[in-house]
Design a protein around this ligand. Sequence first.
Ligand code: URA
Length: 250
Amino acid sequence: MATAHERREMLKSVYEEAQGCVACPLHRTRTTVVFGSGNADADLMFIGEAPGANEDRQGLPFVGQAGKLLEKLLGEIGLDRGDVFIANTVKCRPPNNRDPHPHEIESCHGYLRRQVALIEPTVICTLGNFSTKLLREDTTGISRLHGREEVRTIGPRAVRLYPLYHPAAALYTPSTLETLRADFHRIPELLSLGAPPQPEPIEPVPEPAEPEPPPRSAEAAGAAAADAADAMDLPEAVAPPVADAQLGLF
Ligand code: URA
């Protein structure tokens, strides 16, 4: 099991990879890649739909009105953004806030899977239809599923999946807000159950043994040793470190 520090470092390297992503057409219209933010060691993860205009500008998820509501509801259960990790099904803003297309969700899914595998949350709250349908691999909508927890396996991780209404849907509809609030208030109870039993890790298939290389001549061995010594003198080509603030990590 990774330490909190290792988890954070591995998440940073996925973050850096995502910064250069051109896997779907959304890269052409984005300002920033909204990778996700929060505590890399969180037990609780929220997965929304897609960044909007504010998120695209700031590079952080849920920083607009829906985000303010999410923070308020978190506060009501004694948590804040530093306790959780927040991500979206797609990391780049769809133009004019249109719905993300299936191929965009699919090409971004690998990042989300890796986030879940690295963070190893206990509870994942899907916010709205898009993330609920994606993680349940089913077309059943949020109005039938909200507030009903179930154990689901996401990649290597079994989690308590807990679909909730999207906070944006609750902003102007008081009855939806009350339902979201009531569902939200059950999160501490779900967290207190701890992680569900985990699937057996899949053993990596052993690589076929390499054939023995032919014995090297003394001359070739000397040249290889000299190359290795030269290489050790080379300055390390490392990318500039990612600042935690860029990631919104706590
Ligand atoms: N709505 C979302 O689904 N995600 C965000 O990051 C912001 C608004």
